[in-house]
Design a protein. Structure first.
Length: 201
C-alpha cells in the first residue's frame, strides 16, 4: 500500500494570494464562475466561449503562470449542472484535480471550493476527495511508477479547519471499509494529521 504522507495545511491568505504550485478551483456547466474568471483576467469565460471547456463534471483545464495570482498554475474543474451539484460531485471533482496534478508531479496544492460552495458538507467533501486523490493502493501493482512523486501538502482556508478535519475522518472511514486490515498505516497517518489540524482551533 502507498503510505506516503500528505499534510493538510491551513492558509489564512486570500485565495488569490496563496503561493502554491497549483490552485484548484471549481466551475459549473455552461456558466463560468465569476470570481475565478475575474481573477484569471477573463481566461475562463474565453474557454467557455470557445468550447474548449464547458464545465461538465470532472472536465479540467489549466492555466500556467496566471496573471493576478501567486499560484504557479490554476486548475479549474467542472462540476456539471448546477441543479445536480452535490457533495458527492464535489468529492469526485477534488479527487480528479489531485490525481491530475499528481500525474504532473505537482507536490503542493491549494483547494478553493468557491464562495457559493463553502457549506460544511461541500468543504468536507472537497477535503475528503482531495485526500482520496493522493492515495493509491499498491496491492495490484507489479512495479513502482518511475519518477513518481507524492503530493506533499494540500492547503485549505483556515476558516474551514473544522470541515477539513471532518473530511479527513470521513476519508479514513472509507479507507478502513474498503481495505480492512491493509489500512492501519494510513489510518495512523490520517489521525495524526487530523489531530494537528484540530489542535489549532
Amino acid at each position: 500500500m502507498n503510505t506516503n504522507k500528505t499534510n493538510l495545511t491551513l492558509s489564512s491568505a486570500p485565495w488569490r494570494e496563496v503561493e502554491t504550485a497549483a490552485l484548484v478551483v471549481f466551475s459549473p456547466e455552461k456558466t463560468p464562475d465569476a470570481s475565478v474568471d475575474e481573477a484569471a483576467g477573463g481566461w475562463l469565460k474565453d474557454l467557455y466561449d470557445s468550447g474548449e471547456f464547458s464545465g461538465k463534471a470532472m472536465e479540467t483545464a489549466a492555466l500556467y503562470r496566471p496573471a493576478g495570482l501567486k499560484a504557479k498554475r490554476l486548475l479549474v474543474v467542472g462540476t456539471g449542472k448546477a441543479e445536480e451539484f452535490t457533495p458527492a460531485v464535489m468529492r469526485n471533482a477534488a479527487a480528479t484535480a489531485v490525481r491530475a496534478l499528481k500525474a504532473a508531479k505537482v507536490q503542493q496544492i491549494a483547494l478553493v471550493p468557491g464562495q457559493d460552495r463553502e457549506t460544511p458538507a461541500l468543504v468536507e467533501a472537497a477535503v475528503e476527495g482531495a485526500i482520496l486523490g493522493t492515495f493509491e493502493p499498491d496491492a495490484y501493482k507489479t512495479e513502482a511508477k518511475k519518477d513518481e512523486k507524492a503530493v506533499e501538502s494540500i492547503a485549505i482556508g483556515e476558516h474551514q479547519r473544522r470541515q477539513a478535519v471532518a473530511g479527513l475522518i470521513g476519508h479514513l472511514a472509507r479507507v478502513i471499509l474498503r481495505f480492512g486490515e491493509d489500512a492501519p498505516a494510513l489510518q495512523s497517518a490520517l489521525q495524526i494529521r487530523a489531530a494537528r489540524c484540530h489542535d489549532r482551533d
